[in-house]
Design a protein around this ligand. Structure first.
Ligand code: FA5
Length: 364
C-alpha cells in the first residue's frame, strides 16, 4: 500500500525544511532574532513547519501514527536546537557583561555641586607668608612633635620655669625597640619658636626665616583652642637692631591691613628674647588714623589689638645654637594665625574655625 498524498506532502515539506533551521538559529545574534527565526517555523499562521503539520488533518488514520512520529521528531529537533542556541546567546551576553568596563563612558557627567577652597586659617597663613616672602624671608617647615630641648630648654626656659605653665601641652612617650621609654622628653610643640633652634643650629648667619604650622596648648575658650597655628619669623646677622624689627613689623601690618596701619610695641617677657615686646595693631574696625577712637568690642574699647610677641634673640639662645653672640645678634617674632583670621573676617569665636560646618566655611 502506497502512502497517501497528504503523507507524501508532509515528507516533502519536512525534506524541504531539512536542516535550514540550524543555520537560521545560528545566524540569530540575540534572543529576539532567535525567537523571530523560530516564529518563521512555528508561527501560528505562517510558520513553515506549522503549515506542514496542518497537513496531518488529511492523513488517513492508518498512516497517522507514522506521520505524526516523523513530524514530532522534527519538532523536537527544532526545539532542541532552539534551546541550545538560546543558552549560547545567554552565556555570551553574561560573559560580555562580566568583561565589560565597570562604568559607562557614554553616560552624561555630573555637574560638581560647588568648588572647594582653602580653609580660612590656611588662606590667611598663605597670605601672611607671602608678605614675609616679599620682604626677603625664606619659608621653612618645622616638626609638630618636638624634643623638650628645642621647645623649651634651648629657648632658655629653665626646667619648671613658671613660663612653661602658660604653655602646658601634651607629652608623648617615645619607646625604644623593647618598649622602654627613650631618653629625652618629647612633646607636641607649644609654639613655632622651636624652628628658631632647629634652623639656627644648622645654618650659618646671615639668615631671615619664617615658619608656619600647628601648635598645641592646654587652652580652651572663645579665643583659645588646644590646637592652633602660629607663624614664627627671625633674622640673625651682624648689626641687627630693634629698629630693624620694628620696621619689618610695620611693613607686615601695612601688608595685612593697608598703608598707614599703625603698630605699637609694649615691653613684655619671653625667656628667649631680651628685650621682649608685645605688638599691637591699631584696631581695623574702629580706630581713626591717630588710633584714638577706641569704640568697639574687638579692641575692648582700647583702639589697639594685640597680635604678636617679639624681641631681640637672647645671647644665651644664640650660644645654645653655636652662634657667636659677640659677633651676631638677631630678632624674632611669633603670632597666632587664627587671631589674625578672626580679626580679618570678623569671626567671634575660634571654635567656628574648627567645627568645620560647611555653612560657615562657605562664607570665605
Ligand atoms: C609665643 O608663643 C611666643 N613663642 C611668640 C614669640 C616668638 C615671642 C618670638 C618672642 C619671639 P604667646 O604665648 O604669646 O607667644 O603666643 C603668641 C600668639 O599665639 C598669641 O598672641 C595668640 O595670638 C596666639 N595664641 C596663643 N595661645 C593660643 C591658643 N590657645 N589658641 C589660639 N591662639 C593662641
Amino acid at each position: 500500500m502506497s502512502d497517501s498524498d497528504a503523507t507524501l506532502a508532509i515528507d516533502r515539506g519536512l525534506a524541504e525544511l531539512g536542516d535550514s533551521f540550524r543555520s537560521a538559529f545560528a545566524a540569530a545574534a540575540d534572543e529576539q532574532a532567535l525567537r523571530d527565526a523560530q516564529a518563521e517555523l512555528l508561527g501560528k499562521k505562517k510558520g513553515a513547519l506549522t503549515r506542514v503539520m496542518a497537513l496531518m488533518r488529511d492523513v488517513p488514520a492508518e498512516e497517522r501514527p507514522a506521520a505524526g512520529a516523523k513530524v514530532n521528531a522534527f519538532k523536537e529537533k527544532v526545539e532542541a536546537a532552539f534551546q541550545a542556541r538560546l543558552r549560547e546567546l545567554a552565556g555570551a551576553q553574561r560573559a560580555a557583561e562580566l568583561t565589560a568596563r565597570p562604568y559607562d563612558l557614554s553616560l552624561p557627567g555630573r555637574v560638581p555641586e560647588g568648588r572647594g577652597h582653602l580653609h580660612p586659617v590656611l588662606k590667611t597663613r598663605d597670605d601672611l607668608l607671602t608678605i614675609f616672602r616679599d620682604l626677603g624671608f625664606d619659608v621653612v617647615p618645622g616638626p609638630e612633635v618636638e624634643l623638650e630641648e628645642n621647645n623649651f630648654t634651648k629657648l632658655a626656659f629653665p626646667p619648671d620655669h613658671p613660663a612653661t605653665d602658660m604653655q602646658d601641652t601634651f607629652w608623648v612617650d617615645v619607646l625604644d625597640a623593647e618598649g622602654k621609654p627613650k631618653d629625652g622628653r618629647v612633646l607636641l610643640r607649644t609654639h613655632t619658636s622651636n624652628t628658631q633652634i632647629r634652623v639656627m643650629s644648622s645654618k650659618k648667619p646671615p639668615m631671615a626665616v619664617v615658619s608656619a604650622g600647628a601648635v598645641y596648648r592646654r587652652d580652651d575658650d572663645l579665643t583659645h583652642s588646644p590646637m592652633f597655628h602660629q607663624i614664627e619669623g627671625f633674622v640673625v646677622d651682624e648689626d641687627v637692631s630693634m629698629a630693624d624689627l620694628r620696621g619689618v613689623l610695620a611693613a607686615f601690618a601695612e601688608g595685612l591691613y593697608g598703608a598707614g596701619t599703625k603698630i605699637r610695641l609694649r615691653p613684655s617677657y619671653f625667656p628667649f628674647v631680651e628685650p621682649g615686646a608685645e605688638v599691637d595693631i591699631a584696631c581695623v574696625f574702629c580706630s581713626e588714623s591717630d588710633g584714638t577712637r577706641a569704640s568697639c568690642r574687638v579692641c575692648k574699647q582700647t583702639g589697639w589689638v594685640e597680635v604678636l610677641g617679639c624681641g631681640m634673640i637672647h645671647p644665651d639662645v644664640l650660644d645654645h645654637c653655636g652662634i657667636d653672640p659677640t659677633r651676631y645678634g638677631g630678632y624674632a617674632f611669633g603670632f597666632g594665625i587664627e587671631r589674625i583670621a578672626m580679626l580679618r573676617y570678623g569671626i567671634p569665636s575660634i571654635k567656628l574655625l574648627f567645627e568645620n560646618d560647611p555653612r560657615f566655611l562657605a562664607q570665605f
